[in-house]
Design a protein around this ligand. Structure first.
Ligand code: UTP
Length: 298
């Protein structure tokens, strides 16, 4: 498997007004846009053919993963080698392709836009605003489950029952002897009472190409959008010989939804704290700030 698809065509309404003219995937977390972390994660798992599904304002996204000759010349003239390397490294990370989702008709529709590029191979989907901490990468484990069991693989995370209405939710049964579960049902953003579990589907998927036909036949669901969750529910009930079957790995690491303001702030603080270059000074300041009168005031 070599291909990763990164949907980045959502409207990002939870982060307005910052996302009025900038895709939320381009909001910086410490010193790089969120989507760069996501591309780095795909490459780390051996997926270096990356298709980004773009919407409005795609220019900044394309520019970010492209060469920047004027900037490179300027940094080179100034002998600013570190910054030059950082700028060039982004352009050389992966083979990045783009396709446009004309209208944001939902995550399922965004994934369907990848069908020509992906063809008849399994592929990974990484949501462009969903960061998995580099210390807790999970994609390789998911690829292994696909290799062992076939079908599609989801990344599941236990959340508090009061939070489950924000996610797709999975009903699962254990698979004896394996560090994976069988997904028996899925519900998009259920209320607490009707949620079949507290396992939320987070933004990493390994999908069988059978998902494309299923998505083509999936009617708009919740929010009048074509929901990937609905297509996965269909896949879960399908014959493995037809590309059906859905499994899950339960993720216990650090993960941030950078499309949500609270989670974005947490990502910035935690990732900055962990950085070898910025962390020591930042942590000293943070400790002082947390102990200060200004912090204690409501
Ligand atoms: P979200 O539901 O978080 O995106 O989709 P959104 O609709 O932009 O969010 P809000 O609620 O308005 O803030 C998860 C991922 O799927 C992409 C988004 O860009 C995000 O990376 N997406 C969503 C698309 O590419 N197309 C869509 O039609 C919807």
């Amino acid at each position: 498997m070599t291909k990763a698809v990164i949907p980045a065509a959502g409207l990002g309404t939870r982060f307005l007004p910052a996302t009025k003219a900038t895709p939320k995937e381009m909001l910086p977390v410490v010193d790089r846009p969120a989507i760069q972390y996501v591309v780095e994660e795909a490459v780390d798992a051996g997926l270096d053919d990356v298709l980004i599904i773009t919407g409005r304002n795609k220019t900044t996204l394309e520019d970010h993963f492209d060469r920047a000759p004027v900037l490179e010349r300027t940094l080179s003239t100034k002998q600013d080698h570190d910054r030059l390397a950082a700028v060039m490294q982004v352009a050389e990370l992966a083979q990045v392709h783009y396709t446009r989702q004309g209208e944001p008709r939902g995550l399922g529709h965004a994934v369907l836009c990848a069908d020509m590029h992906v063809g008849d191979e399994p592929f990974a989907v990484l949501l462009g605003d969903d960061l998995i901490d580099t210390r807790n990468y999970v994609l390789s484990q998911m690829l292994k489950v696909r290799e062992e069991l076939g079908g599609s693989v989801l990344c599941l995370m236990e959340v508090h029952e009061s939070q489950i209405h924000l996610y797709g939710c999975a009903a699962v049964t254990p698979i004896p002897g394996l560090d994976a579960v069988k997904v028996t049902d899925l519900v998009e953003k259920p209320d607490t009472e009707s949620a079949p579990s507290n396992l939320a589907v987070i933004g990493r998927y390994v999908l069988d190409p059978a998902v494309f036909d299923v998505l083509r036949n999936t009617a708009p669901g919740r929010g009048d959008e074509i929901q990937l969750t609905d297509a996965l529910k269909t896949l879960a009930g399908m014959d493995p010989a037809q590309g059906g079957g859905v499994h899950g790995v339960v993720f216990k690491g650090r993960r941030y939804d950078t499309g949500d303001k609270q989670s974005y702030l947490q990502a910035t603080v935690r990732l900055a704290s962990a950085r070898a270059d910025l962390g020591p000074e930042f942590r000293t300041w943070l400790r002082e700030f947390v102990g200060s009168k200004e912090f204690a005031e409501d």
